[in-house]
Design a protein around this ligand. Structure first.
Ligand SMILES: C[S@@+](CC[C@H](N)C(=O)[O-])C[C@H]1O[C@@H](n2cnc3c(N)ncnc32)[C@H](O)[C@@H]1O
Length: 247
């Protein structure tokens, strides 16, 4: 059973594709004539030329909108797709869930003809810059230390890739880990946490002291004082990276 069969039940409630991030991903895909989306989830960011989605979780496939590209239930590590099947292949916010990311990335290279686009994050930057994990929830950062692959290793496994920072808008509509960097109250909402695997998988018991401290700091105004500089920003770079490999 895939972890998203458990934690993904309300995914689309908090994880709507963000139009600014979509524009960056679609620009990276360029003029690709057809696209396969790996670890596709509910279909966020799929451009119109998507021909196939690969996703292991039934719960996630069930949340794909009507009219989305057909989905096959499979894992990245063993793609049921012929060599060179699509002009471009994308894998967004998913490689950290793969049991064997090396094998999965080799599969991306096998099935892509021209381009691979991967959205992931640089854990070192994330740890240093994102106040939530740095100052309140170190347990969540430790959880991510275990599964985040160093960005240069991802690039090397892709056979070389250029890297673009993905700035996170203050009103990001895709509620992943750092999406609420300027809306701290959101992290106190269990439904928001359920849509963020780093928090859902670390678990509320481990997060409880940090969440209580955050709630207290918000109520006393300490958070607002401490992070006043953030409140003036429209977007922030906390380590999310788009990797684009030309084959
Ligand atoms: C955070 S969601 C991202 C979904 C989608 N790409 C998006 O951007 O909204 C991670 C997805 O990776 C999928 N996943 C987990 N293990 C996988 C594997 N071994 N191969 C492919 N996908 C996997 C999960 O089921 C889940 O749908």
């Amino acid at each position: 059973m895939n972890i998203y069969d458990t934690i993904g039940t309300s995914y689309v409630h908090t994880r709507q594709p963000d139009p600014r991030i979509a524009a960056q991903i679609h620009a990276a895909l360029g003029d690709a004539s057809d696209v396969i989306n790996i670890g596709a989830g509910s279909g966020s960011y799929e451009p119109p030329q998507t021909v196939l989605a690969v996703e292991p979780s039934e719960v996630m496939i069930a949340q794909r909108p009507p009219g989305a590209a057909p989905a096959v239930r499979a894992v990245a590590e063993r793609l049921p797709v012929r060599d060179g099947a699509a002009d471009a292949v994308m894998a967004l916010l998913t490689i950290h869930h793969w049991t064997d990311p090396e094998a999965g990335i080799a599969e991306l290279r096998r099935i892509a003809r021209r381009r691979i686009v991967v959205l992931t994050w640089d854990q070192q930057v994330f740890r240093e810059r994102f106040w939530l994990v740095r100052d309140y929830l170190p347990q969540a950062a430790e959880f991510d230390d275990e599964r985040a692959m160093p960005i240069d290793v991802v690039a090397e496994l892709l056979g070389g890739a250029w890297q673009e920072p993905v700035p996170i808008p203050h009103d990001c509509t895709d509620g992943f880990g750092a999406a609420f960097w300027r809306r701290p109250q959101a992290y106190l909402d269990p439904r928001v946490r359920a849509g963020i695997s780093m928090l859902a998988q670390t678990g509320d018991a481990a997060l409880a002291p940090g969440l209580a401290a955050l709630e207290d700091d918000l109520n006393t105004g300490r958070w607002q004082d401490r992070y006043a500089d953030l409140l003036a920003l429209d977007s922030i770079d906390v380590g999310y990276r788009l990797l684009v490999a030309e084959l």
